[in-house]
Design a protein around this ligand. Structure first.
Ligand code: ZN
Length: 335
């Protein structure tokens, strides 16, 4: 059976944070919050194992948002004075912190949850970090004045944390780069180079996740403007195929991505999205298996991994659990 995993985030339990939100408020505080984050991490680790996933993650239980969770540990960023900024080419507005001085890591970012997961599972562990280009697109710059320079500054910090995660026993470090699908020319020009800088020197497996965003309304509306064929990947995949990154995670089911674009990733493992995160309708195993079979026409089977289209953070918990079970059942059916 092919490997199975999630793109990244899973829904936070109602006792940890507000549910159904992309930027939820934490409910406990202080040591109670730290304990609740650890408990939620162990809960989802168990649920992923029970669902049968072969590669498990921390479900991003310890970070409020997939980008800002990293930024909270970076010196040179002012979190006290957030500003509203249009992100992903103004697709939606978000309150973002500001870069006000040279960047440096204030310490480890994800040591607690990485070691916790490693200590409690024998399965392979994947850990996610935001990619440099997506970070640059989710923070206000009041210091560098140059997106590329700032991206490489972040890439250096990401590399420090990624190497430490590898030392913690993580098997796969994945960088999330939804911005690659928005700024395709920049992605092919310097985004992939910044990504390689972030992954430099890693001996563990490296991955990049490129998607059309979480299942929030702004993204659903944006997708309606993209036409019948979404060819964004076509402009980024050739640069990724030439890169040092081992795996590429992409959106597939219920998208308008032509599946033949996957041939552009020759030589890479392909994490094909077989679970839609923008719909509460739980896929049938047959539907999941059909998506895998479609991908298998363009990617050698040993290089295929069944995955979700994107993170599941804003989803209802019971829906996410059912979708993970469908993912594994579908992968077993596809053989
Ligand atoms: Zn995604």
């Amino acid at each position: 059976m092919i490997d199975t995993t999630v793109a990244g985030s899973l829904p936070k339990p109602a006792w940890l944070a507000e549910t159904g939100k992309l930027w939820p408020q934490w409910l406990p505080a202080g040591e109670a919050l730290a304990q609740a984050k650890r408990d939620a991490t162990l809960l989802w680790l168990k649920l992923q194992e029970d669902a049968g996933l072969t590669v498990v993650s921390d479900g991003e239980m310890s970070r409020q948002h997939f980008v800002h969770g990293f930024l909270e540990r970076v010196a040179g960023i002012d979190f006290a004075h957030k500003v509203e900024m249009g992100i992903r080419n103004d697709r939606y507005k978000a309150m973002v912190p500001q870069v006000v001085a040279p960047l440096a890591l204030a310490g480890r970012v994800h040591e607690t949850e990485a070691r916790l997961v490693r200590a409690h599972t024998k399965r392979r562990v994947k850990f996610t970090l935001p990619g440099p280009m997506t970070i640059v697109d989710t923070v206000a710059d009041r210091h560098y004045g140059d997106r590329v320079q700032m991206a490489f500054a972040f890439a250096e910090l990401l590399n420090q944390e990624a190497r430490a995660l590898e030392a913690d026993g993580v098997d796969i470090v994945q960088f999330d780069e939804p911005a690659f699908n928005v700024y395709m020319d920049d992605a092919a020009d310097w985004g992939v180079r910044a990504l390689e800088r972030a992954a430099q020197g890693l001996r563990c497996t490296t991955a990049v996740h490129i998607c059309y965003g979480y299942g929030i309304q702004a993204n659903v509306d944006w997708k309606k403007t993209l036409g019948d064929e979404w060819r964004q990947y076509e402009r980024v995949f050739p640069a990724l195929a030439k890169s040092s990154i081992d795996q590429v995670s992409l959106e597939c089911i219920h998208s308008h991505v032509p599946p033949d674009l996957m041939v552009l990733l020759e030589g890479k493992d392909v994490l094909v999205g077989v679970i839609d995160v923008a719909s509460d309708a739980v896929e049938t195993p047959e539907e999941v298996a059909r998506t895998i079979e479609t991908a298998a026409r363009f990617v050698p089977r040993p290089r295929l991994v069944a995955c979700t289209n994107c993170g599941m953070a804003p989803m209802r918990r019971e829906v996410a659990e059912a979708k993970l079970r469908a993912l594994v059942a579908g992968a077993a059916l596809a053989g």
